[in-house]
Design a protein around this ligand. Structure first.
Ligand code: TNX
Length: 533
């Protein structure tokens, strides 16, 4: 009898509790401090959003909040400066400070940020504190219950990013926007777009139109490829900015340039000799001119490439036209990129002589600087003299990362064994590569950027980026399968202090994240390490 009545009591008790505590709502990335309160805020169409502070971005955040909820709630809340029950407040003018405080009581919700970005992240946490149904499109009839409590939060790293390789397989605007939506939910703030590679050139360059007309016309496997016009790229930049995400454009060079070399024969180190032979890379045109005095030596465009080999192409580092070409590209892209960074690639230049590579990288860094941007390059660039402030993106070689730090430059952490979203989960994954490792969800979660490379500590690290290479990714379904759920693990690695991270706890929270993804129709990988039911 006692057991039975205890059971009955528990049932009644949990009914009256009605819903989880704030700390049990599946918050990812884990906030720094979460304190549960009592009771909950009941959100209905009666609520009003009150903007406090001068920041013009507040109105945009309120709009974002309304749009995020409107499908499930069926209403949009009025927004103004009059007294309201949901207060969004910027209490500072430091746009670098992304911290926020979220307080939920039975009568009101307050989000205070040191910057608009902080308020935006507070809104993301607030959305996660709501029942997962708010992420769907089915109308919620009753009030939306939000458990009371207080959250104080700020990110561990300033740069929390992901990369999409739109070169190997082109991904259309809608897919990139969809990705930006999901990044925003995870408080990621940089999207790196890998806009050129051997298989395709994906951004319109008005002064070099063949790059897209020819170089953008195919992709891995021989499909039709595609590219972004500058207007479309600007649309992505704006869409990202509305979500406090900065776009980092990458033009990969001097290797990974076959699409450019196929578009403009004049750039190709391959030369036609008067004896009828064709010679690539090994012989400079000057040497050939010497040898065949007075003869007509010409260059020839490369063939378009649709395979997945790497390391076979290079720009001609001795050719002045190469640097005019790069200057035009950097100028055009920099002009439509408000963010501080321009990514120059620099990886896997296996057919560029070492001296030529160093000369090239040092010269290209200056071009980027002249156009007002800071260079990021894959870790190989650290074998050159880096300009102050430039960033090396660690993916493979620890010694390169250390070279960067030795020069006083920062490192962006993308170790392939942990952060590469194109790695297979295990040997049965239907797509993906495994040259670095199999990366199950626990492996993507269980590492600390600040201790990953011996001799590189937190102050040397700009942040964390999770790249998705797309040799095996043909469409959104493929993308979702490889990205989710690992991106959530990496977002937490980038945001939450190492000391607070806990795999068992993450397993509970990722389960709720999975419900949010399910409701949004995202086909994520149901890792067997998580009990999703
Ligand atoms: C290495 S990571 C590459 C890419 C490939 C990737 C596949 C890097 C800087 N270079 O060209 O797409 O591996 O995992």
């Amino acid at each position: 009898f006692t057991l039975l009545s205890f059971g009955l009591f528990m049932v009644l008790f949990s009914c009256s509790q009605d819903g989880p505590k704030l700390s049990e709502t599946g918050l990812i990335p884990l906030p720094n401090q979460v304190a549960d309160g009592s009771g909950s805020f009941l959100l209905t169409s009666e609520a009003k959003i009150q903007l406090q502070g001068e920041d013009p971005k507040l109105a945009g955040i309120a709009e974002y909040f309304n749009t995020s909820l409107s499908a499930a709630s069926g209403y949009r809340l009025p927004v103004g400066t009059d007294e309201g029950t949901i207060k969004l407040q910027v209490e500072g003018d430091n746009s670098q400070d992304e911290s926020y405080e979220l307080v939920i009581s039975e009568s009101e919700i307050t989000i205070k940020g040191k910057s608009a970005a902080g308020v935006f992240y507070g809104v993301q946490t607030l959305l996660q504190a709501m029942p997962v149904e708010v992420f769907g499109t089915a109308l919620i009839q009753e009030a939306i219950q939000i458990p009371a409590g207080k959250i104080v939060d700020s990110p561990s790293y300033a740069y929390r990013g992901s990369m999409l390789d739109v070169a190997r397989h082109f991904l259309p605007m809608e897919d990139v926007k969809h990705y930006l939506d999901q990044m925003a939910h995870l408080k990621l703030n940089y999207l790196h777009l890998h806009l050129s590679d051997d298989q395709g050139w994906r951004i319109e360059i008005k002064s070099w139109p063949n790059l897209t007309a020819l170089g953008g016309s195919t992709q891995v496997g021989g499909g039709p490829g595609g590219y972004f016009t500058q207007a479309q790229y600007q649309e992505l930049v704006q869409y990202a900015a509305d979500r406090f995400i900065t776009i980092v454009p990458e033009i990969d060079m001097p290797g990974h340039t076959n699409a450019a070399l196929a578009s403009y024969g004049d750039l190709n180190p391959g030369i036609n000799l008067p004896d009828g032979n064709f010679e690539t890379i090994t012989k400079s045109i000057e040497k050939a001119e010497d040898e065949f005095k007075g003869s007509n030596i010409t260059r020839q465009a490369a063939e378009l490439y649709t395979g997945t080999e790497v390391g076979f192409s290079t720009l001609d580092t001795d050719l002045e036209l190469t640097y005019q070409f790069i200057d035009d590209i950097v100028r055009e892209i920099a002009a439509i990129t408000p963010g501080p960074y321009f990514h120059i690639g620099g990886d896997e230049s296996h057919v560029t002589a070492k001296d030529d590579y160093v000369y090239f990288i040092e010269r290209v860094q200056k071009i980027v600087q002249d156009h007002g941007k800071t260079s990021i390059g894959w870790d190989e660039v650290a074998t050159s003299q880096l300009l102050p402030g430039n960033v090396a993106q660690f993916w493979a070689l620890e010694e390169n990362a250390k070279l960067a730090v030795g020069q006083g430059n920062k490192v962006l952490m993308s170790p392939a064994k942990k952060a590469y979203l194109d790695m297979q989960y295990d040997s049965t994954s239907r797509i993906g590569l495994h040259w670095a490792a199999y990366v199950e969800l626990d492996s993507a979660y269980l590492w600390d950027p600040a201790t990953y490379v011996n001799g590189i500590s937190k102050s040397d690290i700009l942040g964390v980026e999770a790249p998705l290479w797309t040799e095996t990714v043909e469409n959104r379904v493929d993308m979702e399968y490889l990205v989710f759920p690992r991106i959530a693990a990496l977002a937490e690695v980038a945001w939450s202090p190492g000391s607070s991270r806990n795999w068992n706890d993450f397993q509970d929270r990722i389960k709720v994240m999975g419900q949010r993804w399910d409701i949004q129709g995202i086909g994520f990988y149901k890792s067997p390490l998580v009990n999703w039911e």
